[in-house]
Design a protein around this ligand. Structure first.
Ligand code: FAD
Ligand code: SF4
Length: 587
């Protein structure tokens, strides 16, 4: 029996990017806010000290910043005809744990989605009509660019995003990404410096008529004081960035940008090592009355609250809703229900190039330092007659070639022994890759549900992923990587290896942590779970925020949009809901 605690105004589940932003914005309105975090309190000085932060064995191999799979994991299968099995080590994606969430060990590439993305189904239907592949269950978001842009700008200022505007108030600006939506202001920081590999790629892309631009980056390029008065230092290209915490206060995350200000507010409390087990609903099922959590000693508590915000990353957002009986579980056969609907991933493609005459010094790098092109992304090119929709963000971002993980050798090299060592020596300095991180569009057969066979240590069913890459995405991947290979070829490598997403989804190799859907936003409660304010349809005091709200995934990284949605939800709560609690949109 859970011990009942005194009520508070707001509980926030999860203190990663989304939860910390919302908690901070709501604390600023004077509300008493309690944030619950499953993992430990993390802080740059103590957790990511300069002397220990670059420990490849500890962080990259043993995955110390990630959720322990014995605490919670997912089961996976490629189709409903298979029995799902649990993921016992993280491969395909790397969920976070502890304050800061996955934002501590993310790479920091910070794109905004393009305006047409928020009305993708309508837009593509208008442009291509019957050519839209029948398997796709694309949906509009129920919001638009004009509503999103101010929240993207707020996140830029919070995180100190470094980059070059390509479209400033409708004017195309040389040097930036001409395909981006009109931004209201230049990036808060200039682009980072570039290393040799991205510079070479940009030159090759430009020679072929494409438009290279510096990849928008949450690695600050110069000393920066953010919108909350928190100070950050310039990135040193230390090369231990993706999968690591930053020792240098340079990589924006909740612990470097929000929590240092939030934790000083007397009306905010962080409860760490506290796993939320469910949202408590009243007998009508139309009101959340609080949450149940279990602390590190295994004791259970009920924390009542007037407003409940769930920002626990896509998997736990969806699982908590299923476990709490919020919304109707999605059924792919009847195509009814919304919780679990439109789960999608990202399509990973690359061209690796081996040179004889180049030295890239690949140990110099960072998660979001690089140059990219958007000419083959989303609907930036005409899809008529191509037989697919979507595309990918093409870029060279050398993250730092760490000694255990980075041993690039050409195909056919033995996997151990003298020949392998010789090939490592020959290729380590002179290999580079062009990545193409591409869209993943929703189909009826990809969804999230509770697993009937496997449970967590509390006896609650694990989340089951049923996913495979749709034919649309495989056709898109083949086309886009063909274009990327043309750029690579023009750079005259000795040898190149072209990889595009063609087979089934395999949960073992890392692909990306850009996982979306399952509790999506929209304008119609029959096909979406939350409205454009991230408010759950039919449960007005419950808000669910994160990439779970994306109806499909464009060829961009998600976090800029996750954080813009967090600002959007917080603004709707403070400026509208508090004045008139109830459904902010009635249908
Ligand atoms: C290696 C890696 C590289 C990445 N690179 C990029 C990139 O370059 N660009 C980009 O846009 N995105 C990138 N991402 C994705 C990015 O990290 C996520 O989109 C972002 O962190 C999502 O923020 P969030 O707040 O929704 O979730 P999280 O950051 O995961 O935070 C959720 C928090 O909720 C907590 N929680 C979960 N369940 C419970 C529970 N039941 N009770 C209490 N607390 C709970 C978790 O412990 C976690 O701290 C990357 C991710 C990884 C892992
Ligand atoms: S590369 Fe830059 S941002 Fe990344 S961990 Fe190193 S110093 Fe920090």
């Amino acid at each position: 029996m859970a011990k009942k605690l005194p009520s508070t105004d707001v509980v926030v589940v999860g203190l990663g990017w989304a939860g910390s932003i919302i908690a901070n914005q709501l604390a600023d309105t004077g509300l008493n806010v309690i944030g619950f975090e499953r993992g430990p309190w993390r802080d740059t000085a103590s957790d990511f000290n300069l002397a220990s932060a670059a420990d490849e064995l500890r962080y990259s191999r043993r995955q110390e910043l990630m959720l322990r799979t014995k605490q919670n994991t997912c089961t996976m299968r490629n189709s409903a005809s298979e029995t799902a099995l649990p993921m016992r080590t993280w491969g395909s994606f790397h969920p976070g744990n502890g304050t800061g969430g996955a934002g501590n060990h993310w790479a920091g590439i910070t794109f905004r989605f393009q305006p047409h993305e928020f009305r993708l189904h309508s837009y593509l239907t208008e442009r291509y009509g019957k050519e839209l592949p029948a398997e796709l269950t694309l949906q509009d978001w129920g919001t638009d660019w004009e509503e999103m842009e101010p929240h993207y700008a707020a996140f830029d200022r919070l995180a100190g995003i470094s980059g070059k505007a390509g479209n400033l108030k409708g004017e195309i600006v040389p040097g930036g990404n001409p395909f981006e939506g009109a931004r209201s202001a230049e990036y808060p920081n200039p682009p980072t410096q570039q290393t040799y590999a991205p510079t070479l790629f940009a030159e090759a892309a430009r020679n072929l008529g494409y438009t290279p631009f510096p990849v928008p980056s949450a690695l600050v390029s110069q000393p920066y004081t953010n919108s909350l008065g928190v100070k950050m230092g310039p990135c040193t290209f230390c090369g231990f960035c993706t999968n690591y915490g930053c020792a240098n206060y340079s990589k924006a995350s909740a612990i470097t940008t929000v929590l240092p200000a939030l934790i000083r507010k007397s009306n905010f409390t962080a409860v760490t090592n506290a796993e939320v087990l469910k949202v408590v609903m009243d007998s009508t099922g139309t009101k959340a009355t609080g949450i149940i959590y279990v602390d590190a000693n295994g004791d259970e508590f009920e924390q009542p609250a007037d407003i409940v915000v769930v920002a626990a990353f896509i998997f736990e957002n969806v699982r908590l809703m299923l476990l709490s009986g919020v919304g109707k579980p999605y059924d792919p056969i009847s195509n009814t229900g919304t919780t679990g609907r439109n789960y999608a991933y990202q399509t990973a493609n690359s061209v690796q190039m081996f040179f004889d005459d180049k030295n890239f010094n690949p140990f110099i790098g960072g998660g979001a330092i690089g140059m990219g092109i958007d000419d083959f992304n989303n609907d930036n090119f005409d899809h008529s007659g191509l037989g697919f929709m979507g595309g990918g963000s093409t870029r060279v971002t050398p993250i730092g070639a760490a000694p255990i993980d980075s041993r690039p050798v050409p195909p056919g090299t033995p996997t151990w022994g003298t020949k392998w060592k010789q090939a490592t020596v020959k290729n380590y300095l002179s290999t580079m890759s062009i990545g193409c991180e591409a869209s993943s569009y929703a189909v009826r057969t990809n969804y999230l549900s509770l697993d009937p066979n496997y449970s967590d240590p509390h006896g609650r069913p694990l989340l089951r992923i049923t996913f495979d890459f749709p034919d649309n995405d495989r056709r898109m991947a083949k086309y886009c990587i063909g274009k990327v290979a043309e750029i690579a070829k023009s750079m005259n490598p000795r040898e190149m290896v072209v990889k595009s997403q063609q087979g089934h989804w395999d949960s073992a190799p890392y692909q990306s942590s850009h996982i979306v859907g399952g509790f999506i936003m929209g304008a119609d409660p029959a096909t979406s779970s939350v409205n454009k304010h991230l408010q759950v349809w039919g449960v007005p005091n419950l808000f669910v925020v994160g990439s779970s709200a994306f109806p499909q995934n464009p060829g961009y990284n998600p976090t800029g949009t996750v954080c813009a949605l967090a600002f959007k939800a917080a603004e709707a709560i403070s400026s509208r809901y508090l004045k008139r609690p109830g459904e902010m949109i009635s249908v």
